[in-house]
Design a protein around this ligand. Structure first.
Ligand SMILES: Cc1cc2nc3c(=O)[nH]c(=O)nc-3n(C[C@H](O)[C@H](O)[C@H](O)COP(=O)(O)OP(=O)(O)OC[C@H]3O[C@@H](n4cnc5c(N)ncnc54)[C@H](O)[C@@H]3O)c2cc1C
Ligand code: FES
Length: 320
């Protein structure tokens, strides 16, 4: 069986075991979350040995070239020697501001020690206590050293609970990333765009919308934000103001349940979107938030005519 060399020790893997599971079984504290290759939290670097190509899926070319890979989906055929990721993918930051945007959503403003080369809509992974790692989407444009995250309170949640109850301005956190390809791509400024998210799925969309405007996107942009009830929506006034000053943008807040809904759509977000835009050939779409919604909406948008290369999605897969 292959063995993993890490920090001067060798850890033999059991048959069919992933590198991450083998290290955790041996008591090595490795940051991780989804254990499914989708959040990037567990990324490490192989300094020797052959990495199966599938364990580098979704990583940036520059990271792949340096031997970065995802141990949670890596079952190697031969020995590997590993190190943690370097300073190009691991940063330190200070919490600069905390603001409740709704009873359940906290805006977290981070001030990074050094610039992080991100695009609005990508995500970073916050690491605390060595191995607690959770990913959050970037809601702001890359300006200076700031990063804005929207963190929803999850009942019993280790990271979101810490942010909502214990985090204070001045606290230090470790940031991994950025990762993900859910961001505005210039080059087709007249293409109609659809942005759809539920809950804090608004965070990347809020960044992507402003990036598109800053990049001079001329085609119509339609943002749909869904929640179970009115209290689950946030940034409603800001988004209404933004759309009021740009004729080619529309914003539709939608609630699943409610009667007194103050100019909001009522119904399941996928039905609200497809009722309004049943034909999407030639459109570009961004879908973010709840994994089940992202998966089903992706399929529905494709069936409505959007090309799969024009559908960008970020599923907020919870920790395993
Ligand atoms: C690419 C990516 C981007 C993300 N972006 C954001 C973002 O911008 N904002 C944001 O708030 N979150 C985002 N998430 C989700 C985030 O990473 C965490 O999963 C979330 O904050 C919960 O972590 P926790 O440690 O608080 O809860 P945990 O301690 O992991 O979970 C506590 C309990 O809640 C359950 N649980 C976890 N998540 C959910 C859920 N969504 N619904 C219902 N039950 C749940 C767990 O199964 C567990 O029982 C993103 C995830 C990914 C993969
Ligand atoms: S990618 Fe490995 S834990 Fe999420």
């Amino acid at each position: 069986m292959p063995a993993i060399e890490y920090e001067g020790c060798a850890y033999p893997l059991s048959p069919g075991e992933t590198v991450l599971d083998g290290l955790l079984r041996n008591g090595v504290n490795i940051a991780h979350s989804c254990k499914a290759g989708s959040c990037g939290s567990c990324m490490m670097r192989a300094v020797s040995g052959a990495i199966p190509a599938g364990s580098q899926t979704g990583l940036k070319d520059s990271w792949r070239a340096q031997g970065y890979f995802l141990p949670c989906v890596c079952i190697p055929d031969a020995d590997l020697a590993l190190t943690p990721v370097g300073s190009d993918a691991r940063f330190s930051a200070t919490i600069a501001a905390l603001e409740l945007l709704s009873p359940d959503v906290l805006r977290v403003q981070l001030h990074c020690d050094s610039p992080i080369p991100y695009r609005a809509g990508q995500y970073v992974t916050i690491v605390r206590e060595g191995s607690l790692a959770r990913s959050y989407s970037i809601a702001c444009l890359p300006e200076g050293l700031e990063i804005e995250l929207h963190v929803r309170r999850v009942a019993g949640g280790k990271m979101s609970g810490w942010f909502h109850q214990h985090a204070r301005v001045g606290d230090r956190v470790t940031v991994l990333g950025p990762s993900g390809d859910c961001f505005y791509v210039a080059g087709n400024p007249d293409q109609p765009m659809l942005l759809v998210g539920t809950g804090t799925g608004l965070a990347p969309l809020y960044g992507i919308l402003r990036d598109a405007l800053r990049s001079g996107h001329r085609g119509p942009i339609h943002l749909f934000h869904g929640a179970l009830h009115k209290g689950g929506l946030y940034l409603v006034d800001e988004l209404r103001k933004l759309t009021a000053s740009h004729a080619h943008i529309s914003y539709t807040p939608a609630v699943l349940n409610g009667s007194d809904v103050d100019n909001m759509a009522v119904g399941a977000i996928d039905q609200v979107v497809l009722r309004r835009f049943p034909k999407l050939a030639g459109w570009r779409a961004y879908v973010c938030g709840d994994p089940a919604l992202v998966q089903s909406l992706r399929k529905k948008l494709f069936l409505a005519g959007a090309a799969s290369r024009d559908i960008y999605a970020d599923a907020f897969t919870p920790a395993a």
